[in-house]
Design a binder for this molecule. Structure first.
Ligand code: CP
Length: 325
């Protein structure tokens, strides 16, 4: 039987859920994962409909949500704003109210800086069904659930582990801040010491960095910011080297891409991997810019767990949908 205490809840940031609530989710995710691994049929917990609105491209998020919903006995509908009346200006209130009359959950990816999170909250305010965040400009909570499950599967107790989160140089587009921001918020709550490394122009939102510090202090963990790439790797148990844009410094795309080009040596290779503990794992939410963010040798090497991490998106999101919907 699935715990019903989270039914109807939104999931916009992990910060909105208590540790006990997150534990409930991880416990169910592990059960659903074991069922699938051992060939037992997934229980049909959801004869329901999820609307997935993607303002931005996706491989993992779309397919893991849609596949997960099918496995749970429900149906997920892929929606794109350019094919909806959002493109003609229909507001969040009308979209939220109408979808709430039809189905059972709304999931949204909207990463536009200064817009995405506001839009999600606007829909959540007007919807009478759960709103699930598939990534916005502030948070990517489902990715961080998968990351945490991956770390826990590898190490068991996570108290006192060191996680390095390092900015990397990837030149082709300006990526959102949501992955590093969600990492620094949630990981310290589970006792993980986080070192965040970035060049000065790539700082994260000040309120998020302050909240990460408060979360760490409350959990007897540490949160440190450094401008030295290799600090993130030294003595780490897990490392997530990942690009993001200098969006707090500038929202001008040309200027942002120019700043990314200033730091081409911020790339993860074997030299950095040797700085960590012998058992250190390499993680990345994907898609990775091979050759610029990371060498093939590392991402395809024995320390890489990137496909485990991607797989865990399916299991944590199935648990999320089963609990909230
Ligand atoms: N990690 C992740 O969210 O991947 P997609 O952008 O492919 O969904």
């Amino acid at each position: 039987m699935v715990d019903s205490s989270l039914r109807g809840r939104d999931f916009i940031s992990t910060q909105d859920w208590t540790l006990d609530e997150l534990e409930t989710l991880f416990t169910l995710a592990q059960v659903l994962k074991a069922d699938k691994r051992e060939g037992r049929p997934t229980p049909h917990l959801l004869a329901k409909t999820l609307y997935m609105i993607f303002f931005d491209a996706s491989t993992r998020t779309r397919n893991s949500f849609e596949t997960g919903m099918t496995q749970l006995g429900g149906h997920a509908i892929y929606l794109s704003p350019d094919k909806m009346q959002i493109s003609h200006g229909e507001n969040a209130r009308d979209t939220a109210n109408v979808l709430s009359r039809y189905g059972d959950g709304i999931a949204i990816r909207h990463c536009a800086y200064g817009e995405g999170n506001d839009y999600l909250n606007d829909v959540a305010t007007h919807a009478s069904i759960p709103l699930l965040n598939m990534q916005c400009d502030r948070y990517h909570p489902c990715q961080i659930l998968a990351d945490y499950l991956t770390i826990r599967e590898r190490f068991g107790n996570t108290q006192g582990l060191k996680l390095g989160v390092a900015w990397t140089s990837a030149p082709n587009y300006v990526r959102p801040l949501s992955v590093p921001q969600s990492l620094i918020l949630m990981m310290p709550r589970f006792g993980i010491d986080v070192t965040l490394a970035y060049p000065p122009e790539f700082k994260l939102m000040p309120d998020i960095e302050a909240l990460a510090q408060a979360n760490a202090e409350a959990a007897d963990a540490t949160f440190e910011i450094t401008h030295d790439f290799e600090d993130a790797f030294r003595d780490a148990d897990a490392v997530i080297p990942k690009s993001w844009g200098p969006l707090v410094t500038t929202q001008d795309t040309k200027e942002g891409l120019g700043l990314i080009e200033k730091y081409p040596t911020w790339r993860c290779g074997q030299d950095q991997m040797r700085l960590g503990k012998e058992h250190m794992i390499y993680m990345h939410p994907l898609p990775a810019d091979r050759g610029r963010e990371v060498t093939d040798e590392v991402i395809d090497g024995p320390q890489s767990v990137v496909y485990d991490e991607a797989e865990n998106r399916l299991h944590v999101q199935k648990a999320l949908m089963a609990l909230t919907m």
